[in-house]
Design a protein around this ligand. Structure first.
Ligand code: ADP
Ligand code: NI
Length: 217
C-alpha cells in the first residue's frame, strides 16, 4: 500500500502538471519530492509516507492560482488521497504539512508543527534558490508579465500574507523580498548545508545582473 500510494500519487501529479509553465511544473514537484526524501534520510525520525506524499502534493492547488483560497490545496490533496483509500489520520497529517509549507512574506513567520512539515518546507525552499531558483523566479515573472528590474521600485518587507500576495514588483525585487533570505528561513542543518552554495551563486548572480544593468561590468 505504502509504495503503491506514493507511486500512484507521483503518476497523478506528473499527469496533472506535465504542461505547467509557471514554475510549479512536474519537474519542481519531482525535485521537492527527491529533496524531501534526501533530507528525511539525513534527519531521521520523519514518517516517510507523510513526507513523500506531502512533498508530492504540496502544490496541487496553489493559492496564487486559486484566487487566494488557501484551503484549495489541502482540499485537493484530501480528495485525491481519499480516492485512493488513505486513512483519515494520514490525510489529516498530509493536509497539515501542505498548509504549513508556503512562504507568506518576509515579515510573516511560517512555523511548522512536525518534522515532516519541516523537511517539505525546506525542500520547497531549496528549490526556490540557486540556479533553478533564479530560473523559476524569471519564469514566474514572465508568466505574470513583470519587468526584470526597475531601479525606481524599491524592495519591501511584506508584513502580511495579503501584502505579499498583492505584490506586482519587478522580478529582481523578489530576490530581496524572499530568495536571498531563504537560507535563514530553513529548519534543518541538512538543508542549510545544501543552501550555502546555492545562496552564494545567487548573490554572485544578482551582483552581476545589477552591474550589467548599469553597464559597468
Ligand atoms: P513557495 O514554494 O515557498 O510556496 P511560491 O509557491 O510562492 O513559494 O513560489 C513558487 C515559485 O515562484 C518560487 O520559485 C518563487 O520564488 C517564485 N515566485 C513567487 N512569487 C514570485 C514573484 N513575485 N516574482 C518572481 N518569482 C516569484
Ligand atoms: Ni513548491
Amino acid at each position: 500500500m505504502t509504495n503503491d500510494l506514493i507511486a500512484a500519487t507521483a503518476a497523478h501529479m506528473e499527469h496533472l502538471f506535465a504542461g505547467e509553465g509557471s514554475g510549479h511544473d512536474w519537474a519542481h514537484i519531482r525535485r521537492v519530492w527527491l529533496m524531501a526524501r534526501r533530507l528525511a534520510i539525513a534527519e531521521p525520525g520523519a514518517d516517510p509516507l507523510v513526507t513523500e506524499l506531502a512533498a508530492l502534493l504540496h502544490d496541487i492547488a496553489d493559492w496564487k492560482f486559486h484566487d487566494g483560497d488557501y484551503e484549495a490545496g489541502p482540499r485537493a490533496a484530501r480528495a485525491w488521497l481519499a480516492s485512493q483509500g488513505a486513512s483519515e489520520d494520514l490525510i489529516q497529517r498530509v493536509e497539515t504539512v501542505i498548509r504549513e509549507v508556503s512562504f507568506k512574506g518576509l515579515g510573516v513567520a511560517t512555523p511548522v508543527s512536525s518534522l515532516e512539515a519541516a523537511l517539505v518546507q525546506d525542500a520547497d525552499r531549496l528549490d526556490a534558490i540557486g540556479a533553478i531558483g533564479i530560473a523559476r523566479a524569471f519564469a514566474y515573472g514572465g508568466h505574470k508579465g513583470r519587468a526584470l528590474h526597475d531601479p525606481a521600485v524599491p524592495p519591501v518587507t511584506h508584513d502580511s500574507f495579503a501584502s505579499y500576495q498583492k505584490n506586482t514588483a519587478p522580478t529582481i525585487n523578489h530576490f530581496y523580498e524572499k530568495l536571498l533570505h531563504l537560507k535563514d528561513r530553513l529548519n534543518t542543518d541538512s538543508a542549510r548545508a545544501v543552501a550555502a552554495e546555492r545562496h552564494a551563486f545567487m548573490e554572485t548572480y544578482v551582483a552581476r545582473f545589477l552591474a550589467e544593468w548599469d553597464g559597468v561590468d
